[in-house]
Design a protein around this ligand. Structure first.
Ligand code: BGP
Length: 476
């Protein structure tokens, strides 16, 4: 018997901007992600240092069509059902509900689209798990107010949340307020729609925006609980424990500080106040966050119910800026760990790191965890007979699930579920590519947007089906 909960939520994860497409259909407005191009300018736009208004006219924007789930949704839900999904983590495109973010009435067409989608999931007994904001802000709010740097975004966001909680009451229980909230510090435009202007103190702008998101998250949690006490609201962290390069105490300290840089957000969302180390650091940097009198109370009284996180890899750091060799990874910088293999994109593969990260999070917060992203981005080849043998992906997931189960069975971590990232191939957030594939289902489309969009189950499809069926007992 597997030690996982009987109602363990096996499933998969995606985000609207990376799979939906239909970027202007159904009266949808533009979102910040819709102006992030594929190619050499992508990174600078995501960092908020290149103004998207200045991009060449022939730029290609992968979110506009993505894998066109907007039109393929029934077929895609049928595939999830075939795999036996217990849940599906997806995001709602804010600008589909409020095209400019400031309408007084929600866009009925957008709401109806998601309602049909949710009803179809429920018909298949698949629990919807919703990310309210996954890297997208209505572009009009960015243009008019500078996105989350302005406190007015809190009201816009709450209006949006209120519509979702009311409309989907009784149908949706699991919510996450912001995807990878700590991404704001690393890719401010992707994470929070922050575009820097001349003369900006970038750190100041980022922490102010973070504060607004943290207050918004707490108020959304409050609202969700008021509208339906059954609602469970989670925060969401781009996780991955930092290891020290050596046992030099300076390296250990550096690893601790780096972890805090990420934990800061979750410390506030889960413990309800700015941690002492953060207050000291802000003071040292001369950053003064504008707060309203009631903010402390709001944060304290509305902490999250569970801790959701993505895990792709551990990270490695040193106090010596010249030590070690830099490597790729999910945006946050890391050194090369000689004990680990890496993916084709340089993301290091560390299944034991998942167990370590789960324990670190559970020790720190003592709240149920939810692994809402994990997976291997790889190049897949369609063989002549039309099949795809992604044994490398199966091996990656096998090892991670093994460690996840050890964390539950031997360490006693309370875990709600597991939703591997990109259960169906979709646009990569960091590179905008299609070539970097995560799915159990292949989608015929290339980096430049060519392809039939045909869905083809890979070898991992039936493998995962069996994992779910045996509640993780059989990983072969
Ligand atoms: C996380 C994001 C996802 C997703 C994933 C994989 O940071 O929450 O949106 O894209 O990483 O990253 P990538 O697509 O860059 O391979």
């Amino acid at each position: 018997m597997s030690g996982l909960r009987k109602d363990f939520l096996w499933g998969g994860a995606t985000a609207a901007n990376q799979c939906e497409g239909g970027y202007l259909e159904g009266k949808k407005g533009l979102g910040t992600v819709d102006v992030i191009p594929w190619g050499e300018n992508r990174r600078a736009v995501m960092e908020g240092v290149l103004d998207y208004h200045t991009l060449p006219e022939d730029s290609y924007y992968p979110s506009h069509e993505a894998i066109d789930m907007y039109h393929h949704w029934k077929e895609d839900i049928a595939l999830m059902a075939q795999m036996g999904f217990k849940c599906y983590r997806f995001s709602i495109a804010w600008s589909r509900i409020f095209p400019t973010g400031e309408e007084t009435e929600a866009n009925e067409e957008g709401l109806q689209y998601y309602e049909n989608f949710i009803d179809e999931l429920l018909r298949h007994k698949i629990e919807p798990v919703i990310t309210i904001c996954h890297f997208d802000v209505p572009l009009a709010l960015e243009e008019k107010y500078g996105s989350w740097r302005n406190r007015i975004l809190i009201d816009c966001y709450l209006k949006y949340c209120s519509v979702l909680f009311t409309r989907f009451k009784g149908k949706v229980k699991y919510w996450m307020t912001f995807n990878e909230i700590n991404m704001l510090m690393h890719l401010p435009f992707l994470g929070a729609g922050i575009r820097f202007k001349d003369g900006d103190n970038e750190e100041q702008v980022k922490y102010q925006a973070a504060h607004h998101e943290l207050v918004a998250s707490a108020l959304a949690t409050k609202l969700a609980h008021e509208i339906d006490p059954e609602n469970q609201v989670g925060c969401m962290l781009a996780a991955g424990q930092f290891y020290p390069l050596t046992c030099n105490p300076d390296d250990i300290l550096e690893a601790m500080q780096k972890d805090r840089g990420n934990y800061f957000f979750i410390d506030v969302q889960s413990r309800g106040k700015y941690p002492a180390y953060a207050l000291k650091q802000l003071e040292k940097k001369g950053i003064i966050i504008q707060m309203e009198e009631e903010d402390a109370k709001i944060l304290a009284e509305n902490t999250v119910d569970y801790i959701a996180f993505s895990y792709y890899s551990s990270r490695l750091t040193s106090a010596d800026p010249n030590a070690g060799v830099a490597t790729g990874g999910n945006v946050i910088k890391s050194l090369r760990n000689p004990y680990l293999e890496a993916s084709d994109w340089g993301w290091q593969i560390d299944p034991v790191g998942l167990r370590i990260t789960m324990n670190a999070l559970y020790d720190r917060y003592q709240k149920p965890l939810f692994i809402v992203e994990n997976g291997l981005g790889a190049v897949d080849e369609v063989k002549e007979d039309g099949t795809i043998d992604d044994d490398y992906r199966i091996a990656y997931l096998q090892e991670h699930i093994k460690q996840m189960m050890i964390a539950v069975e031997e360490d006693g971590v309370d875990l709600i579920g597991y939703t591997p990232w990109g259960w169906i191939d979709l646009v990569s957030a960091s590179t905008g590519e299609m070539k970097k594939r995560y799915g159990f289902v292949y989608v015929d489309k290339d980096n430049a947007g060519n392809g039939t969009l045909k869905r083809i189950p890979k070898k991992s499809f039936s493998w995962y089906q069996n994992v779910i069926q045996t509640n993780g007992e059989c990983l072969k």
